[in-house]
Design a protein around this ligand. Sequence first.
Ligand SMILES: [Zn+2]
Length: 576
Amino acid sequence: MYKHKTAFKLIILFFFNMFLTLSVFAQNNSKKYNLKCSSPLKKTMSLSGDFGEIRSDHFHMGADIRLRTGQPVYAVADGYLYRYKTEPGGYGNVLYINHKDGFRSVYCHLNRFREDIHNYVRKEQLKSDKFKVEGYPAPEIFPVKKGDLIGFGGNTGYSFGPHLHFEMRYSKNDVAINPYHFLSFPQDYRKPEVRALLVKSADENSGVNGKEQATIYKLRASKNHLIPTGRIEAFGRVKLSVMTVDRRSNQHNSYALYGARLFVNNSLIFEFKKDEIPFEKTRCINSFIDYKEYKKARKKFTNLYREKNNNLAIYGDFGDGYIDIKNNEKKKIRIELFDFNGNTTTVKFLISGKLSAKKKETVEACKHKMYAGKNNYFIQDDFRLMTSENAFYDDFCLHYKKQIANDDFFSDWHNVWGDFTPIHEGVDIAIRTKNIDENLLPKTCIVRKKSDGELVNVGGKLLNGFMTAKVSSFGKYAVYLDTIPPHLTPKNFSAKTKSYNLKKYIKFKVEDNMSKVVAYKAMLNGEKTVAHYDLKNDLINIEVPAQIKYKDVNLHLEVFDAKGNVAVYNHTFKME
Ligand SMILES: [Zn+2]
């Protein structure tokens, strides 16, 4: 009897605690996002990054939640483990959980999975010779309840400091949803800040302030809104961008702008709200921001207009945001910038129409115009470029220059570029090869020369004397031979030492001339063991099973690059 009473008390206490926890994380969902979620940390969460942040070539697709390495991570709702993945970069160790009503939650950069999931994944890792391992267990293998432990937080993959990168998605198409619709964070009362306004002409027949293609204005407070410091005179078609920083109450980090509206003479002509972003459109970030300012000066300006081939669903149906201005006309502009909690900053100003504001410099006629929404072809004797209709967001002028390459290369250098033009869907390039040795064909590839001189393998297939590849940025391309294997350096021992006191991993620094290490074979006394590739630190960590302690051990490691070049390390030592 007594025993039962205690159990009953414990149950009451448990539910009371649950109730407290749930009421702290009260929901703030609209009807559409109707999955009731609890905190993945089971406590008040602090954000170091949020959904829709501007990153290189992508939007940040989740919430970054602060934690300590090894801190337990819990399922936010009932469901089952749908997918696991371990990868050298990217999300590192990641779990995907499917929930009812078509939602999926994603937990990234985990240090370790829960014991039974860890053992399951390790078996798969032992079968594979690739660093990246992923799988889709049947729904009945790992069912989960809301609040079940699933793993432990960490810093694996492309993460720089322990945190949980948490995502919510639709399970049918993996479209990412703003986690603010599902998780609750401490209240935020701070408005977005605006650092600068960018006013640009949208075509060759337009202009801003007479000479420059674009003018940057600082802003200052006036009553309860902001105004630019300086008059704005323009003619023709004009477009605006803003540099913003959002802050949260009691936090030092800067966050992403959630939404914006643009009014001209009090009518709404443009709006965006970052609620849903499909992964296949994440590169549209390069059209969401002013790409030129980002590439030139690392400045993140958000565009208050929508380029014609940018079909992100964050934009409202009110218009594309371009402003047409005639001579002697005055237009009243109002910009509203808001965060998820509705804290709003307003910018107000006038644009005065002046014919003299038109650009004065004569523009050289464009020889090779590329069009958004069309297939494009650029055909030279020994270089070709072909695109789908989804390659570009807007029309632009393509430039091309050929240069002689030295004897290390099997073609000339072919340099193609726009005026800081982003590529959305990869474009096909083909380069005519010279003096290529048939025996070395499997080792040849197209390389892009980065501004620091580093060569990057972009792949390549040989067809009728041309080597072809799909590329996602403009630049300098040539055909190259890669016969150099990766370079291995022992990290926590040296080749001379005879016995080692290794705690958990045997570590190697690994480098490749083309920075692409893809596969491995790691054997301890002839038995396969698991090796983890930590891309951000260029480390290969080889697991040492406990039973190998106090024995003489032969280590045999082979590491392959993308062209099949192999580095071998062989050594016998004693484990202590
Ligand atoms: Zn993140």
